[in-house]
Design a protein around this ligand. Sequence first.
Ligand SMILES: *[C@@H]1O[C@H](CO)[C@@H](O)[C@H](O)[C@H]1NC(C)=O
Ligand SMILES: *[C@@H]1O[C@H](CO)[C@@H](O)[C@H](O)[C@H]1NC(C)=O
Ligand SMILES: *[C@@H]1O[C@H](CO)[C@@H](O)[C@H](O)[C@H]1NC(C)=O
Ligand SMILES: *[C@@H]1O[C@H](CO)[C@@H](O)[C@H](O)[C@H]1NC(C)=O
Ligand SMILES: *[C@@H]1O[C@H](CO)[C@@H](O)[C@H](O)[C@H]1NC(C)=O
Ligand SMILES: *[C@@H]1O[C@H](CO)[C@@H](O)[C@H](O)[C@H]1NC(C)=O
Length: 268
Amino acid sequence: MDMLIILFLLTSAALPLASPDPNDEACLTHVSQTLKDPLKNLQNWTKPNFANPCNGFTSYLPGATCNNGRIYKLALTNLSLQGSISPFLSNCTNLQSLDLSSNSISGPIPQELQYLLNLAVLNLSSNRLEGVIPPQITLCAYLNVIDLHDNLLTGQIPQQLGFLSRLSAFDVSYNKLSGPIPASLGNRSGNRPSFNVTSFEGNKDLYGYPLPPMKSKGLSVLAIVGIGLGSGLASLVLSFTGVCIWLKIRDEKMAAEEGKMSNPMPDY
Ligand SMILES: *[C@@H]1O[C@H](CO)[C@@H](O)[C@H](O)[C@H]1NC(C)=O
Ligand SMILES: *[C@@H]1O[C@H](CO)[C@@H](O)[C@H](O)[C@H]1NC(C)=O
Ligand SMILES: *[C@@H]1O[C@H](CO)[C@@H](O)[C@H](O)[C@H]1NC(C)=O
Ligand SMILES: *[C@@H]1O[C@H](CO)[C@@H](O)[C@H](O)[C@H]1NC(C)=O
Ligand SMILES: *[C@@H]1O[C@H](CO)[C@@H](O)[C@H](O)[C@H]1NC(C)=O
Ligand SMILES: *[C@@H]1O[C@H](CO)[C@@H](O)[C@H](O)[C@H]1NC(C)=O
């Protein structure tokens, strides 16, 4: 009798580990559907190819790491992935680390990432992501790494990002961002880490500290105008002297001719 109860307790305790989490299933299935995967790394991510994406602490899906029966880390870097990031990624509600860096993923960064309340690491660098940086990701209060460098992102940097108190790495360099760098990121107050020029460079229309002042751009425009005016003036002066020299030579020739004519008649 006692043995049976213990056996029952053991099996029921083991059950939650054995049954797949429906949110994780929805997450992986959708994510693998919107990503194009020429090297077939994600071929087992769609039901019924997997029985359970997480069995305790392990996952047999490449790139997925589990903790306590839930996906907690996705690392799919340098796998030649194309396509876009599914908004259903937010169904992986226990996700702490998302690294899709160094692929060819396009489309927007889904604002649904805001539902990943445990997210600490977001690395989407070196892809072809377009559109704005969704300000909603500020709701992921534990974010400490945001690396979006080397994409095609446009618009302004949301100043709310600077209010993430744990943010220790931030890189949006080499995108198409514009507008001012929020002081909340470029010149942070208190003892929060500040981000230097390497976090912001390579965005043509982005300005403000810590980037070098735009004045240099204004100066170079002036310099170009100056060079234009200067060379215009120089060519004017040159052609004027040319004409003068030509006139002078002609005058001298004529004078010489006149001299020859008058020579045969000496005055004395
Ligand atoms: C997944 O995310 C969608 C959209 O955010 C939501 O409607 C759905 O309830 C979530 N869960 C599952 C299991 O699909
Ligand atoms: C997918 O699963 C099958 C069968 O379990 C296995 O043979 C194959 O290696 C897996 N593919 C990948 C890319 O993990
Ligand atoms: C990316 O993967 C390719 C092969 O698929 C490999 O040659 C290259 O070294 C990898 N790059 C990095 C930075 O890991
Ligand atoms: C993001 O991923 C890239 C490429 O895998 C790596 O070089 C970079 O260090 C990562 N960023 C951070 C902040 O760890
Ligand atoms: C940075 O912030 C400090 C104090 O908040 C301010 O005095 C300083 O002028 C700021 N520097 C720049 C370059 O904006
Ligand atoms: C910018 O900061 C990074 C790390 O925070 C550091 O490695 C790098 O040397 C700094 N670059 C400059 C130009 O200060």
